[in-house]
Design a protein around this ligand. Sequence first.
Ligand SMILES: *[C@@H]1O[C@H](CO)[C@@H](O)[C@H](O)[C@H]1NC(C)=O
Ligand SMILES: *[C@@H]1O[C@H](CO)[C@@H](O)[C@H](O)[C@H]1NC(C)=O
Ligand SMILES: *[C@@H]1O[C@H](CO)[C@@H](O)[C@H](O)[C@H]1NC(C)=O
Ligand SMILES: *[C@@H]1O[C@H](CO)[C@@H](O)[C@H](O)[C@H]1NC(C)=O
Ligand SMILES: *[C@@H]1O[C@H](CO)[C@@H](O)[C@H](O)[C@H]1NC(C)=O
Ligand SMILES: *[C@@H]1O[C@H](CO)[C@@H](O)[C@H](O)[C@H]1NC(C)=O
Length: 476
Amino acid sequence: MASLPFISFLSYLIICTTLSSDTATATATAAATTIKVSLSPFPHHSPSNAYQVLSNLATSSVARAHHLKHQNPKANATKTNTSSSLLKTPLFPHSYGGYTISLSFGTPPQPLTLIMDTGSSLSWFPCTSRYLCSQCAFPNVDPAKIPTFAPKLSSTKKLVGCRNPKCSWLFGPNVQSRCQDCEPTSKVCNQTCPPYLIQYGLGSTGGLLLVENLVFPHKTFPDFLVGCSIISNRQPAGIAGFGRSVESLPSQLSLKKFSYCLVSRRFDDTGVSSNMLLETGSGDAKTPGLSYTPFHKNQAASNPAFKEFYYVVLRKILVGDQNVKVPYSFLVPGSDGNGGTIVDSGSTFTFMERPVFELVSNELEKQMGNYSRALEVENMSGLAPCFNISGYKSIEVPELTFHFKGGAKMALPLTNYFSFVGDDKVVCLMVVTDNVVNQGLHGGPAIILGSFQQQDYQIEFDLANDRFGFAKKRCV
Ligand SMILES: *[C@@H]1O[C@H](CO)[C@@H](O)[C@H](O)[C@H]1NC(C)=O
Ligand SMILES: *[C@@H]1O[C@H](CO)[C@@H](O)[C@H](O)[C@H]1NC(C)=O
Ligand SMILES: *[C@@H]1O[C@H](CO)[C@@H](O)[C@H](O)[C@H]1NC(C)=O
Ligand SMILES: *[C@@H]1O[C@H](CO)[C@@H](O)[C@H](O)[C@H]1NC(C)=O
Ligand SMILES: *[C@@H]1O[C@H](CO)[C@@H](O)[C@H](O)[C@H]1NC(C)=O
Ligand SMILES: *[C@@H]1O[C@H](CO)[C@@H](O)[C@H](O)[C@H]1NC(C)=O
């Protein structure tokens, strides 16, 4: 563990706040809005690059937000159909910020580790022995050891042809005009679908489309469209795309719902996991204990790419018992498609556009005015506000609550929005923003609910009934 500073760093700070937030929850119930944190002493541990790692996570969360906010329009198509079943796959937390699942492809099946991402739709894996990944040295990830798929060892892989409708899933109906080598009258065409290149915030990946068997223990889905990436930048693993587009895993498998429980980040890289459930058959019944809010369809004609995202409608954000009065245009996408809130497992820290962020952080600063700001830590970590709580035996932090359409309330556990940073004397808000001030030019979702804020929640994407369900739950 000594070589993994970030992990041990996160471990101790979250364990500490976890322990104390149990007491805190009890207090919060009585006082309704205030969480009282008792700080207990813990070993001094100050890894030299902890700020840098945290700053990288904050930077990548913001870069991810910029990427999600500036999608290119894309085509859609019809869904396939499979019979009912329940599939389970374990979900693991990692210090580079993502949660991974293991999926097997090919004949015989080759297991691969992929990042579970609800903010994008194409699934891809590192592919061939010549796979190149630059800037992929994350904590605990050796780029030379990223497992790759070997197409030549599979008897069922097929390159996607230019005339294959699945090629249009990614490139749109106009791709047909790029199949120059295909005779217009001939049904046979051996030209392949053009290579793809995908940007993800800070990273990117490129390769060729395959159709291949996606293999679960008791069920195989043939002709699953998947990217065989041969070159990537900043990708610690491949991606399983759980977005809403036709090429996503839920669309290709005709899932009725999928659900997960993100184990606490203090289990990063430890091998601890929770089950992710994929359901192809389910009724209208709500899962007992979950609160639901409808998914919102962003119908903006200007950018159909936003249809890829899972929008939910936020009614209010409360800091303590104060409604911070976020303007409606940020809470619900307008006719131009901009604004609104999405749920994204591929972002680490929740992103809020600056005007929203400032409402929240100003209120937080007001209510925490007794603690001095730790500006130097803010500077080094990329997080703000941070408070110097040196000398306090316990501190009071206001609750952060999201009220959704339909009445569902998400009162975040303290550990999902406040953490010790660097040492035991400073706590920071784990929500990020950017410095883009001209909001008129600032497209896309205004609020992105990241995985850090989803820790220890049972989260359900009920696709059949078009609703988002959640409940607090210890995932392990
Ligand atoms: C996408 O779907 C919409 C409505 O569901 C439809 O009008 C449109 O033609 C589709 N586009 C493509 C390229 O299939
Ligand atoms: C899906 O397949 C089942 C059985 O194969 C069939 O009865 C059903 O109508 C199909 N549903 C759709 C939406 O095509
Ligand atoms: C496509 O087929 C033609 C005719 O059969 C052949 O000459 C050509 O080499 C093939 N191209 C590829 C890329 O396989
Ligand atoms: C700040 O400190 C003063 C004096 O100790 C106390 O009365 C007040 O309640 C504190 N305010 C908050 C928000 O904790
Ligand atoms: C926190 O405050 C204490 C005492 O007021 C000071 O000695 C210490 O340097 C501060 N720490 C940070 C990180 O600002
Ligand atoms: C933040 O860091 C930069 C570069 O390291 C430095 O120039 C700047 O003065 C620092 N700001 C504060 C508030 O510490």
